[in-house]
Design a protein around this ligand. Sequence first.
Ligand SMILES: Nc1nc2c(ncn2[C@@H]2O[C@H](COP(=O)(O)OP(=O)(O)OP(=O)(O)O)[C@@H](O)[C@H]2O)c(=O)[nH]1
Ligand SMILES: [Mg+2]
Length: 235
Amino acid sequence: MYSGRSVALVIPALDEEQAIGALLSRVDRTLVDRIVVADNGSKDATAQRAAEHGALVVREPRRGYGSACLRALRETQDIDLIVFMDADGSDDPDQIEPLLARLLDTGSDLVIGSRVLGQADRGALTPIQRYGNALACSLVRWFWGVEYTDLGPFRAIRRETLERLEMSDPDFGWTIEMQVKAAQRRLRTCELPVRCHVRAAGRSKVSGTVSGVVRAGSRILGYVFEARVREWLGR
Ligand SMILES: Nc1nc2c(ncn2[C@@H]2O[C@H](COP(=O)(O)OP(=O)(O)OP(=O)(O)O)[C@@H](O)[C@H]2O)c(=O)[nH]1
Ligand SMILES: [Mg+2]
């Protein structure tokens, strides 16, 4: 509970058995009422580790980051405030409370944890990741006039807002979709500087692999241009 509101933590996870236990043990359970870990096809003991640490584990057969988030959200229908966080230990559970405080204190609909404004450990953000984020954020500013500095996964949102956004991207377009839709609908958004660590253990699926970078990059930029074209076409 935070300020009389229920809180859920949503964590998409793929093959993160080495990181997820330590991460979950650092989550303040007086603050977070429900932890939902969405596992889509881990070949290791991610699900077991998460369950041992008190998470509700759901499985989603459709691959992809967004599919996992969508599946997890089905378990949060009764929750007021939702925080998204990665499973690899790169986000800091101590900052869940500051994210929620920023959301409520500013009366915002959505708060993005910005790794660019905050402190990223050496090597935690690759140059291509920084460049890609900056490019996507510039396009959003140019097309919709809203200032974001990052597309970081660590963020907090209100239930009503999430419902209005009708999220659908099944993959790495998930974070940009949320930000673009918030910008298009003129919602109140803000950022909070967050720390970002090098993943605690395990293998990278996105920024550390060529295929991950190409897939995420094309998905993100593709989403921005498609959203703009749809606006021009009036659909
Ligand atoms: N459920 C699910 N989770 C995924 C999928 N791909 C990645 N993830 C999770 O999404 C988060 C981000 O993936 P990472 O591999 O850490 O990507 P990254 O942060 O760009 O790369 P690192 O530098 O290795 O941290 C992690 O918690 C992954 O376990 C997927 O297809 N399904
Ligand atoms: Mg990571």
